[in-house]
Design a protein around this ligand. Structure first.
Ligand SMILES: [Zn+2]
Length: 349
């Protein structure tokens, strides 16, 4: 598996369009994952409205000299648990991996020495080294975007109970802070209910792409567009911890191999069941399919409604946020992209 370097900044049609208004700049900021955390969050969701129709125009722009023929590695790199490594596939890759990890041990040792001398710069260099080794898509999927995901997956029942208790305590605090009596009957079991619900909403942290695909890739010699439309998506906005829900449309053009059709919604589900922003969710689904299948192209469009937007802030109750990620031939060829867009009928609504 070739590992291309992440090329932040031109990983989506939106960010590769260099000319951008204020709104675009804001969106780009939020996409990079550090959109100012809590303070900028109102903006980042508020700005995403129907005006996003110009996404398509921007996608066209992006089709210029930059986009051609280059595979995009469009997932920004959040913290990654270094225990998570992609599984090597061939003997050669295994050997390469062994060599690499030896080298890495060496580097780590060097860095330890360096950082023990207290240099901040060296520490940050070792961090960036760790990131370079990440695959484009996180095949074991556990550490993205949280470094605690593996602990969560592998914990024993005792640790799981302790985890639940911590969430319960936090929810009780919230109840008290909003002015409620946390001991009244209706609220007594609420912390536990919420804790369990939250763990369910985020169970995608315990799943990974390889398990989901589970070998369901078939050499069919097929090379016509395949589309799964209207996949229901329920996710949680990472800026406000409230849901956003909508429909995802997933299309790809096989390169002989096709993937079991039910796997597409399941991949979407896995990424949706993590704390997300819609832009990243869209990209992660597209990239995962691209990586496991190596098709000619992948297109993912998502339309959704964000409760953080409709219940608070701007309160535009009927607005929809549309995001798209086009890879491979969908990115390169207008005709293919337009065929996809007209088949999913996204412009007609
Ligand atoms: Zn939000």
């Amino acid at each position: 598996m070739p590992q291309s370097e992440p090329t932040d900044g031109r990983d989506t049609p939106i960010s590769s369009a260099s000319a951008g208004g204020e709104g675009k700049a804001k969106r780009r900021k939020s996409k990079n994952g550090n959109g100012g955390g809590g303070s900028g969050s109102g903006n980042s969701s508020g700005k995403r409205e129907r005006g996003d129709q110009d996404d398509e125009a921007m996608a066209k722009l992006a089709n210029g000299p930059h986009g051609d023929g280059l595979r995009r590695s469009s997932i920004s790199k959040p913290g990654r648990d270094r225990r998570d490594e992609p599984e090597p596939r061939t003997k050669r890759q295994k050997r390469e991996k062994r060599d690499k990890s030896e080298k890495r041990r060496q580097t780590a040792a060097d860095n330890d020495e360096a950082s023990s001398s207290g240099s901040k710069r060296d520490a940050s260099r070792s961090r960036s080294l760790a990131r370079l080794e990440s695959p484009v898509i996180d095949f074991d999927g556990l550490s993205r975007p949280s470094v605690g995901a593996r602990d969560r997956l592998e914990e024993d029942p005792e640790a799981a109970a302790a985890r639940l208790d911590r969430i319960k305590g936090a929810v009780r605090t919230i109840l008290e802070c909003v002015g409620e009596n946390a001991d009244r009957e209706g609220l007594l079991a609420t912390p536990e209910r919420y804790a369990k619900a939250m763990l369910y909403f985020t169970r995608g942290y315990e799943q990974n792409v390889l398990d989901i695909v589970n070998g369901a890739i078939f050499q069919e010699g097929h090379s016509e567009m395949v589309i799964v439309k209207d996949v229901d998506v329920y996710s949680v906005c990472e800026h406000h911890l409230v849901p956003f829900t909508g429909k995802m449309h997933i299309g790809y053009i096989p390169n002989n191999a096709v993937i079991g059709i039910s796997k597409l919604p399941r991949i979407a589900e896995m990424f949706a069941r993590r704390l997300q922003i819609q832009e990243r969710l869209t990209k992660e689904v597209a990239n995962a399919i691209f990586e496991v299948l190596r098709p000619q192209g992948v297109a993912v469009v998502m339309e959704s409604s964000h409760l953080c937007m409709v219940m608070r802030g701007v309160q535009k109750t009927s607005s929809t946020t549309v995001t798209s990620c086009m890879l491979g031939c969908f990115e390169r060829r207008d005709k293919t992209r337009n065929e996809f867009l007209s088949l999913i009928n996204v412009n007609a609504r």
